[in-house]
Each structure stands twice: as C-alpha cells, then as structure tokens.
Design a protein around this ligand. Structure first.
Ligand code: ZN
Length: 628
C-alpha cells in the first residue's frame, strides 16, 4: 500500500481563523480524502503555533497568561475544523511536551554538529515579523509588510549556520524541479538564493521574551518561534523513532500560503539537512484570497466574512467554490455574488438537475428499480467511456494540484449526461411499450453516471456525495473508491433508488435597496406553441399621448394592415421619437381596451438601465413581414 502525508501550517494563535486558514486546510482535506479513495494510507496533520513574541503580546493585551490565551485561540481552530468536515488525524500544539522534547533534541543535534554558534548581532527587528530584517528588505527604513519602523537591537544570540547550506540547497532545488511547486514559487526561492544567505538567529534572550522553548544548551535563552514551529511536522509523525515517522515522513506534502514561503523553502530544508534528517517530498504553495466587498456590504458598513457565508450557503457549496474558483498557486477573488453564481449554475442547475431528473424518471418509469442495461447503442457507450476517462483524468489533475481543472472535467461529464437525457428523451421512450429495453439501457447509463460523479466529487463535497449515493440505494460507501471507477457497471441491477430533496436549491440574489432581479426559467414550449404567436415587423405611422394618462401612448402601426396599439411607454418616449421607428408587434394578442382605446396588439420592449426600451431592428425590415 502506498503512503502519503499532508500537513497544513500550524496556525499562529495571535488571530482568529479566517478564509486563508480555511482554504489551506480544506485543500489538505480534499487531498487527504482523494488519496484515501485512491487506496493510499494517509496521515493528515494540522494544529497551532503558540510560542513567540506576538502571542505574548496578544495575551498581554487580552489580560491573560500566554498559556491561557493560547489554549483559548487554539480551541477556536480545533472547533472550526469539524464544522468544515476536516478529517485530520492529529491536531498538534507547539506547547505540547512531546513537541518541546523534539525541538530540544534537534537543537542539541545541530549544536553538537557545530552548526549553532553564539555571537553578537545588531539588527532591525520587526515585532510584526518577529525577526531581524536585512537592510535590503527595508522600504524607506520601514518593514514593507507592517509599515512600521523596526527597532535596532544589539544583543548576543545563538545563530544557525544557514549560510553553509546555501549551495547545497540551490543544487537540491535545481535537481528536484518539483520540490517546490507550482514553479513560480520555486523560481522565487531560487531568486532569493542568488544573494548571499545570512545565518539565522534562532534564540531570544529570556530578558526580552519568556514565552518559548528553552534552549537545551543555554537556560538564558528561548527558541526563535520559526525554528520551533517548523519542527512540528516531525513531532506530528512521532520523530525520532515512531513508526509513523518512517512511514510518512519520506512522503510528506506540505501545504502553505505564499506568505510563509521563505521559512518553508529555505530555513526548513537547511535545518533538516543540518540535523541529518531527509527532506520533505514537496512544498505546495498557494496564493491569496482577495475578499471583495460587494456594494451591499459596503453600504451596510460590514465586511464580508467568508466563514459566515459558509453558514449561510452551506458547507459543500463553500468547499466547492473555494476549490473551483482558485487555480492553485494564483490569487483569487472571493465574493458573495461569485459564490451564489457558482451555486446556481454549477450546483443547482448542472449537478442538482441531473440528479433530480434521473431519479425522478427512475421512480416514474421503473418504480425505482435499477434496470439491467441490456443492449447498448453508440451514444450509451460514449457516455460510459467518457465517465471512465474522466475518472482517470481526475487522478492526474490531483497529482498536479489542479483542483479546479479536476472539477471542470467532472462538470464536463455532468453536462454530457444532461445532454444525453435531452437527446434520448426517456419520456418519449416511456410512452412506447416496445421501447422498454431502450428505456432501461438509457436509465441504467444515467444511474451509473451518477455513481461515478458521486465518487469523483466526494473529496470536494463529501456530504453531497453521500446524499447521491444514498439516493442510488448504496448503503455501504466504503466500496465507492477510485478502483470502482475502473470499470463501467458497478451499480447492481435490482437495487432500489429513491429520490431525495433538491441537493442545492437555487439562491435568489436580493441586494438590499436594489430591485429584485427575477430570472426564473419558464417552462419549455414547443415550436408549435411558439409559432402560435404572430410576431410582425411594424412601422410606427403616428403617436400621441392619451389624455388623463401619463403612462400610455396611442400608436398607429403599419403591419401590412393598420393597427391601433396602446403602449405603456409614455414616461420613456415622446410621441415624436417613435414615429418612423420599426418595431416588433405581437399581432394576435386578444384586443383590450385601455382608457377607452382598443389596443390591437402589443409592442415588444425590455427593461433598460434607464427605463423601458422598445425593441427595434438593426437593419431595415419590411413592415408586415413575420418575425421568427
Ligand atoms: Zn514586519
């Protein structure tokens, strides 16, 4: 059995969880679930980073001890993950005794190897960054990230000989092209390594900071928080001699946001090298979510809290949106309207309709019994082949962290299945007893496609996948793994399906103060029904206001014959503006009397940005000719 190990950063407890934390952790969860489906043994680690200056400061500000403060915020993260349906195996805290021991063990190892030395250093210390900034990093003598002027501190500290490993690290990155991925971040690290790498200050004197892990070789100092934090990835799998360490460390996949690229791409590999520990397998780096404020939230004076939108629109929709919207590695924008757009189009319309139409037909035409497929036609086989190919491709996309592409592929399958329904028209087959075998074949293909889709979306939307599987009569989900998608026909005939509630009800967007835009799709009509409408090109011969009405205009229109038409457009058009215009008239509408005038037809118009606009032609059209 193959193994794989996923880590998120351990989140710093100086602030509450936000969308960035949620995204990284959901990505790790999607990967973890996917590789389980693919038959791997997985280990998934997340947790909190609890030492350091900023935590001590935040605790002071909150009037708490650092430990009490860390306990409280760490708990917010711990409580959040179940609500996001995260399946981590371990939640690590850097204040755990086990972790302190591992940090001290590694410090001692590196110290004994001669790669930690004591020295004096004067530097620009940014409290926000919790590190010394180099001259080069300053912008107008300020920290570019925090906009504050760093404090010049001169003190004796311990240093890790990071510079010694610069050439080795460059070689490693060059000879392992996907060590850091996507490529842009690999290039960023290589660019940084073009300048001489400085040694890393890894201690803080207790006179300045008490909240940290004491150095094993000097009780007057505590460990710099980054040196402490990175080591959690080893503690998490029971370094040095736990079984998990041997099994999972060589297949470690770190997931981080780009703001912590440098510690993970430079400090961490050199630390591991110095401690004689093999490197992690991949560092996977994603971009930022830019939270866009809608007009709505601005006028109300509150900012969009994505995690609140998760409560509002549902977890699976939220997980789907995050993975579908962001190309892993690039920045992406989060907005409520984009989320609603995805829910309505992809989830309610494409996926929701496919499930609901298929199950409805299975109940209606087959009393809910899964049929035998029987003889297949070319279109049936095409659908099956496409599903098999989609399953294979999805696995490839996961290998390259292209989650949005994986979802695009799965949605191609969903759309193909929807088209297949339209093309096969099972409702017509159902009317003809001679077509029973065809009907069975078509509905079997559709039910089996739903089985494929449920497995493929399950890492992204686990609850939705289970709902679909339950509707398909699958009681035991454990067999629904990728291996079951290597062959077509896994759904056993004779089983019972049962339609459930709509998976994703459509969301009506009702911005406050704005007119509600209702775009419900009306029921479909036949060509015959459409052709009942006598739509004709009309030329406006004359127009006048109707007395006692500020809305209505009376028009005389030539449609091959002359008609009198009353139109409610007086607020938007002056009579003289209409004369000579070529319009579209519904000529066979039952006449009605408005303000004493009989209207013999209705002209077509639309709601424009500044009021009603009359539909016209963009080239000359002959009065009286038919519009079709
Ligand atoms: Zn800073």
């Amino acid at each position: 059995m193959k193994d794989i190990y996923f880590t998120t950063p351990i989140y710093y407890v100086n602030a509450e969880p936000h969308i960035g934390h949620a995204y990284t952790t959901i990505v790790a969860d999607v990967l973890n679930r996917f590789y389980k489906l693919a038959g791997y043994q997985t280990f998934f680690l997340t947790g909190t980073d609890e030492h350091g200056d900023k935590v001590a400061q935040a605790a002071r500000a909150a009037g708490e001890t650092p430990q009490a403060y860390a306990d409280r915020i760490s708990n917010l993260f711990r409580m959040l993950w179940p609500t996001l349906n995260i399946t981590h195996d371990r939640f690590i805290r850097t204040t755990e005794e086990a972790h302190k021991r591992v940090v001290q063990l590694i410090l001692q190892k590196v110290y004994d190897a001669g790669d930690i030395y004591f020295g004096e250093y004067g530097g620009h210390y940014c409290r926000g960054c919790e590190r010394f900034l180099t001259e080069k990093e300053l912008t107008d003598a300020k920290c570019p990230d925090h906009g504050t002027e760093p404090q010049f501190i001169m003190e004796k500290n311990y240093f890790f000989r990071m510079s010694k490993y610069q050439d080795w690290l460059i070689d490693h990155i060059k000879s392992h092209p996907d060590f850091i991925r996507p490529e842009r971040y690999r290039n960023e690290v290589l660019a940084f390594l073009q300048d001489p790498l400085e040694d890393l200050c890894i201690s803080r004197p207790k006179s300045r900071l008490l909240w940290g892990i004491p150095l094993p070789f000097d009780g007057d100092y505590v460990t710099y928080v980054w040196f402490d934090a990175l080591i959690n990835y080893l503690t998490g799998v029971d370094y040095p001699d736990g079984q998990r360490f041997g099994k999972f460390w060589p297949v470690c996949q770190h997931l981080i946001a780009k703001d912590i690229l440098k510690p993970h791409g430079i400090y961490w590999p050199t630390m591991l090298k110095a401690a004689g520990i093999p490197l992690y397998h991949h560092l996977n780096v994603h971009g930022y979510w830019i939270v866009s404020e809608s007009k709505m939230s601005k006028s109300r004076g509150n900012i969009v809290k994505p995690l609140e939108l998760m409560d509002k629109y549902g977890l699976d929709a939220f997980r789907y949106f995050l993975l579908r919207e962001m190309a892993f590695g690039l920045d992406s924008t989060f907005s409520e309207s984009a989320l609603i757009g995805r829910i309505n189009a992809d989830l309610a319309n494409d996926l929701g309709n496919l499930v609901s139409r298929t199950l409805t037909m299975a109940e209606l035409y087959l009393q809910g019994e899964i049929p035998r497929a029987g003889a297949l036609e070319e279109k049936d086989r095409e659908l099956g082949a496409f599903a098999l190919q989609t399953a294979e491709e999805t696995e490839r996309r996961f290998g390259e962290l292209s989650f949005h592409r994986a979802l695009i592929l799965i949605w191609e399958l969903i759309n193909l299945a929807n088209k297949y329904i339209d093309g096969m028209a099972p409702w017509t087959l159902a009317k003809d007893p001679g077509q029973a075998e065809r009907l069975h074949a078509v509905l079997y293909q559709l039910l089996e496609v739903l089985r494929f889709i449920a497995v493929l979306i399950s890492p992204f939307m686990p609850r939705t996948a289970e709902k679909i599987q339950t509707q398909l009569g699958i009681a035991d989900f454990s067999g629904q793994i990728l291996a079951s998608l290597k062959e077509w026909g896994g759904l056993a005939p004779g089983g019972k399906v049962r339609k459930g509630e709509a998976l994703f009800p459509r969301i009506e967007e009702k911005p406050k103060g704005e007119k509600k835009e209702k775009m419900e799709t009306p029921p479909l009509i036949t060509m015959e029904e459409f052709q009942k409408m006598d739509l004709r090109v009309g030329k406006v011969l004359a127009a006048e206001n109707i007395k006692k009405s500020d809305k209505l205009l009376k028009l005389r229109v030539d449609i091959g014959e002359e008609r009198t038409v009353v139109a409610g457009i007086a607020r938007h058009y002056k009579p003289e503006d209409l004369v000579g215009k070529t319009i579209i008239l519904l000529a066979n509408l039952q006449p009605t009397k408005l303000m004493g005038v009989e209207s013999q037809g209705m002209l077509l118009a639309a709601e424009g940005a500044d009021g009603v606009i009359v539909a016209t032609f963009d080239k000359e059209a002959k009065a009286g000719s038919k519009v079709r």
